[in-house]
Design a protein around this ligand. Structure first.
Ligand code: G3I
Length: 385
C-alpha cells in the first residue's frame, strides 16, 4: 500500500493487461517501439495483433468510444483509419459546449457538431453528447446576463438544453446533461459546485436540466458526468459521497437521471490517483440505485513521471489496466470512451505539459499512430475475464 492507501502491486490480471503483451503475444514489436520491461511474467491472455478494440468491447456488450474534434476528421493522416477501426462511439471533445455554440447569445454555431454526427452516421458509429452545461466552457456573456437578470436563469438553461438536445433528437445515444457539478472545495455542505446557475437558481437547476433534457430527447440516456471519482485523497471520498447524496435526492424527486459518467483522467505520477476499492464500492452504490455507468473520458498522463520512455509507458499502461480492472467488473457498465486516442492530438499537450518538454504520452497511440503499451493494456483488459 502506498501512504495514500493506493495498492501499488499490479495484480496478475493487470499485469496481463500491460506492455509485455505487445511483445510476447504478438510475436513482433508491432505496436511497441520500446524494449519491454523484463520483470513482468509471460502473459496468459493476449489479443491478436489485428484485434479491434470495438470488437473486444462488443463481446462484453460494451461500446468503445473516443472524443473527436471535427477538424481532425478531414486530416489525410492515419486519424480516420485508426478511429474507424477501433471505435464505434464518438463524442465531440468540446465543439458542443455552450461557449462554442453560442459565443454570442443565440449565435448557434452547430456546424462542427453536425459534421461529427454526419461522420459517425456515415461510419455506423453511435454518438454521445457533451455537454449542455459545463462551468468550464460557459459563454462569457452568461455571468453578466444572470447577474443583471437572475429570473432569466431557468429560461436560459432550459432553452440551451432544448436547443441542442432537441436539435439532435434521436441521433444521440446519451447526453452528459451536466458536467462536474460537484466541488467539495467550494465549501457547501452538499458538496455542490458554486456554478453560475447554482448561484442564480439554487440546486434545483440540476433537476431542471435533466427534466429539460428528457423532454427534448426522450430516448437519450441522461448522464451526470463527474471527475476524480477514483481519487484516493479525501477530496475523492468527499466527491463520491456528495455525488451519491445528489443522486439519491434526484431519484427521490423523480428527476430523470439514467447514468453516471466516470471520467477517468488518470495521473499515475500522483500517489493517490486511484483508490480501486473505493471506486468499485462507489460504482456498486450507483448501480444499486438502478443507474447505468459509463467510463467517459479515459486517459492517463505521464506528466510528472520520471524514468525512460519505456518505463513511463509501462506506468501509464498499468494505470489504464488498474482502472479498467475495476470498471469492467461492473455489470452496469455500458461503454468505455477514451479522451482522444493519439498523442498527436491530446489535451494533455496544452493542459499538462511535461517539465522536460517531451510530448505527453497519455493516449493509446503515439504521434505516428503506433500502438503503445496502453493500447495493449486496454485490449487485454477488454479481452480478459
Ligand atoms: O474557442 C476556440 C474556438 O473558437 C476555435 O474554433 C478552436 C480552434 O482550436 O479553439 C477554441 O478553443 C478551444 C477551447 O477548448 C475553448 O476555449 C481549444 O481549441 C480546445 O482545445 C479547448 O480545450 C478543451 C477543454 O476541455 C476546455 O477546457 C479540450 O479540448 C477538452 O479536451 C477539455 O475537455 C474536458 C471535458 O470537457 C470535461 N472533463 C475534463 C476535460 C479536460 O479538461
Amino acid at each position: 500500500m502506498s501512504n495514500s492507501g493506493v495498492p501499488r502491486r499490479v495484480s496478475r490480471r493487470s499485469a496481463i493487461g500491460t506492455g509485455l503483451a505487445c511483445v510476447s503475444s504478438i510475436g513482433v514489436l508491432s505496436g511497441c517501439q520500446d524494449t519491454a520491461a523484463t520483470s513482468l511474467e509471460q502473459p496468459a491472455e493476449t489479443v491478436p495483433r489485428d484485434a479491434r478494440l470495438r470488437d473486444l468491447a462488443a463481446r462484453r456488450g460494451l461500446k468503445l468510444g473516443t472524443a473527436v474534434q471535427s477538424r481532425y476528421l478531414a486530416r489525410q493522416d492515419n486519424y480516420v483509419p485508426v478511429l474507424t477501426r477501433d471505435f464505434d462511439l464518438l463524442v465531440p471533445e468540446y465543439e458542443a459546449q455552450w461557449k462554442i455554440i453560442d459565443s454570442r447569445p443565440g449565435s448557434g454555431r452547430y456546424d462542427n457538431v453536425g459534421r461529427i454526427l454526419d461522420f459517425a452516421e456515415a461510419n455506423d458509429m453511435a454518438v454521445r453528447g457533451h455537454a449542455p452545461y459545463w462551468h468550464g466552457l460557459q459563454p462569457d456573456w452568461l455571468n453578466a446576463t444572470l447577474a443583471s437578470s437572475p429570473e432569466r436563469a431557468e429560461r436560459l438553461l432550459s432553452d440551451r438544453i432544448a436547443g441542442i438536445a432537441g436539435r439532435y433528437r434521436g441521433r444521440v445515444r446519451s447526453w452528459d446533461v451536466l458536467n462536474e457539478v460537484i466541488e467539495p472545495d467550494d465549501g457547501r455542505s452538499d458538496g455542490l459546485r458554486r456554478t453560475a446557475f447554482l448561484t442564480a437558481m439554487g440546486p434545483g437547476y440540476i433537476d431542471l436540466a435533466f427534466r429539460a433534457a428528457r423532454a427534448a430527447d426522450p430516448a437519450a440516456r441522461l448522464v451526470l458526468n463527474e471527475y476524480r471519482t477514483e481519487w484516493a485523497w479525501p477530496q475523492g471520498r468527499k466527491r463520491r459521497d456528495a455525488l451519491l447524496r445528489l443522486l439519491e435526492g434526484l431519484l427521490s424527486r423523480g428527476v430523470p437521471v439514467d447514468a453516471v459518467g466516470v471520467q477517468g483522467h488518470l495521473a499515475p505520477a500522483l500517489d493517490g490517483y486511484l483508490n480501486a476499492g473505493a471506486l468499485g464500492e462507489f460504482c456498486r452504490e450507483v448501480a444499486g440505485m438502478g443507474l447505468t455507468l459509463s467510463v467517459t473520458e479515459l486517459d492517463a498522463r505521464d506528466t510528472g513521471l520520471r524514468g525512460s520512455r519505456a518505463e513511463r509507458d509501462q506506468s501509464v499502461a498499468d494505470a489504464y489496466a488498474r482502472f479498467l480492472d475495476v470498471m469492467l467488473a461492473q455489470p452496469a457498465l455500458d461503454a468505455v470512451l477514451t479522451w482522444g486516442f493519439s498523442d498527436r492530438y491530446s489535451w494533455f499537450t496544452k493542459f499538462f505539459p511535461r517539465a522536460d518538454g517531451q510530448r505527453v504520452r497519455g493516449t493509446l497511440y503515439d504521434v505516428d499512430y503506433v500502438k503503445k503499451r496502453s493500447w495493449f493494456a486496454v485490449a487485454n483488459a477488454l479481452a480478459g475475464g
